[in-house]
Design a protein. Structure first.
Ligand SMILES: Cc1cc2nc3c(=O)[nH]c(=O)nc-3n(C[C@H](O)[C@H](O)[C@H](O)COP(=O)(O)OP(=O)(O)OC[C@H]3O[C@@H](n4cnc5c(N)ncnc54)[C@H](O)[C@@H]3O)c2cc1C
Length: 453
């Protein structure tokens, strides 16, 4: 169910184990790399983190070279960006990680082209899943309906040995499970009410054309606005501003630019005031963290959830696509493990495990944001200790290259959270004061060798 990133990558893995994999997708896929209605978030920045790059490359060898050839910018962090967090500018020491910042539509199209070339996989485009077949013990397929426009069209059964829900954060699977008598997943939620607005601009003052590829200011409990400009494949920049419930960014022409003044420093506003808009501004307000616990006992066999349908993150941390790819790797590994029968529950547990680090980062940060609501807002005492340690990490990451490297490795999902507790990192975090940081936005990268300082 769903032919976006999570669905395509799950289909790719399952094609190695099934006679036939059918992807049911409500949209008709566009010709080429264009936005489509089923993925409205595609108009907003979509960075591909290191953990997602590794996973995609392992699933589709050669994928990153294809992405680069298609022009997707590969941006070194922190060297290539002007970054601000927790009241500090990051030193622009040599990059310890890279992100891809090209458009979401381009990335999805490249994945789609690779995956759908497999003859085992077929797609039913323009088709809605509208319910499940089966009973409390087993999902046996789905009910589908053509989106031909005829609302009286009958739904038809499509039997399957395994149904995978990759229909995104708005999934109806919990209701459909209940309708066949199966148990719904328990939902954990944390919602900060964060809202986005994004718009494409072409810079006119040259500030983002050379060594500086973009800006980004992260939000925190004291400074709840975020904003940034990230390069796209055609040389333009996708600009995002965000704020919390009650102070959502506007999508009107002038108001969008003025909103950037809420950031605690002027570079983004200054750049925007001179830049040429190339698109309207698009807003997005559904940004809650939602985790659906399909892994608990008593769930029906023959059903798995993956991607955003399993675990949706506050998009400000840029994790969802990476987790979709990492989940496909987890699916591949769970099915290939000859020591254990891949029961539905075991595989679902492996899928959930693939999203755990991203959830800990996103939920951990959002619990501290003012006005956060939801069933999982209250963390236990262990979360409070972790929160105290992580805020010291955040204070030190901008100025201390060793802490910064570990921080980025974890945040980009390429190393486990334990990397933040490695002895040199822990020493700096527990015993040292924060290292000095630039007083002004650094205009150029530091020379190689800075990491040794
Ligand atoms: C504003 C915003 C910004 C984001 N930024 C980033 C970022 O910087 N980096 C990052 O990694 N991630 C980001 N994400 C998350 C990312 O978009 C998702 O995690 C990613 O697309 C994987 O999602 P998915 O495939 O599970 O679901 P989706 O991409 O949401 O796709 C769901 C698919 O299911 C189809 N569908 C839905 N219902 C049905 C149905 N009943 N029948 C048939 N088809 C159906 C839809 O048409 C769609 O194709 C962002 C998300 C948002 C909202």
């Amino acid at each position: 169910m769903g032919g976006s990133l999570a669905g395509l990558l799950a289909a790719h893995v399952l094609a190695g184990h099934a006679d036939r994999v059918t992807v049911v997708e409500r949209d008709r896929f566009p010709d080429g790399a264009k936005p489509r209605p089923g993925v409205p978030q595609g108009r907003h920045p979509h960075v591909l983190l290191q953990g997602g790059q590794t996973a995609l490359e392992s699933l589709l060898p050669g994928f990153l070279a294809e992405l680069r050839e298609a022009g997707a910018p590969r941006v070194g962090m922190p060297a290539d960006m002007v970054l601000w967090q927790s009241g500090r500018w990051f030193r622009r020491v040599p990059a310890s990680t890279h992100i891809y910042t090209g458009s979401r539509a381009q990335l999805e199209e490249l994945v789609r082209r690779r995956v759908l070339a497999n003859p085992v996989i077929s797609v039913r485009e323009g088709t809605d899943v509208v319910g499940f077949l089966g009973d409390a013990t087993r999902v046996r397929g789905v009910l589908v309906r053509d989106r031909s426009g005829d609302t009286r069209a009958e739904s038809r059964p499509l039997a399957a040995d395994l149904v995978v829900d990759a229909s995104g954060s708005g999934t109806k699977a919990p209701q459909w499970l209940a309708a066949i008598g199966a148990e719904r997943p328990r939902e954990e939620t944390i919602d900060t009410g964060l809202a986005y607005a994004s718009r494409v601009y072409r810079g006119t003052n040259g500030a983002l054309d050379g060594e500086t590829r973009g800006y980004y200011a992260y939000p925190d409990p004291e400074q709840v606005h975020a904003g940034g400009a990230l390069p796209l494949e055609d040389g333009s920049h996708l600009v995002i501003v965000s704020g919390l419930r009650g102070d959502e960014p506007p999508t009107g022409d002038d108001e969008f630019v003025t909103y950037a003044k809420r950031l605690p420093h002027p570079p983004l506003h200054r750049w925007l005031a001179e830049a040429e808009p190339l698109s309207p501004a698009f807003g997005h307000r559904r940004t809650a963290n939602i985790r659906r616990r399909h892994d608990l006992p008593g769930r029906p066999a023959g059903f798995l959830a993956t991607g955003d349908a399993l675990c949706t993150f506050n998009p400000i941390y840029g994790q969802g696509m990476a987790v979709a790819a990492m989940s496909a790797v987890a699916l591949r590994d769970a099915l290939a493990d000859r020591r254990r029968t891949p029961t539905t529950r075991r595989v679902q547990q492996a899928l959930l495990a693939a999203s755990r680090l991203a959830w800990d980062i996103s939920a951990g940060a959002d619990r501290k944001m003012p006005g956060a609501v939801g069933t999982a807002v209250d963390g236990g005492p262990a979360d409070q200790v972790a929160g105290w340690y992580l805020s010291r990490v955040q204070e030190r990451a901008p100025g201390d290259p060793v802490v910064g490297r570990a921080f980025r490795a974890v945040l980009t999902l390429s190393e486990p959270i334990t990397a933040l507790f490695a002895p040199p990192v822990a020493r700096a975090v527990l015993f040292g004061p924060p290292a000095p940081t630039p007083t002004e936005p650094p205009a150029a990268p530091e020379e190689p060798g800075a990491l040794a300082q």
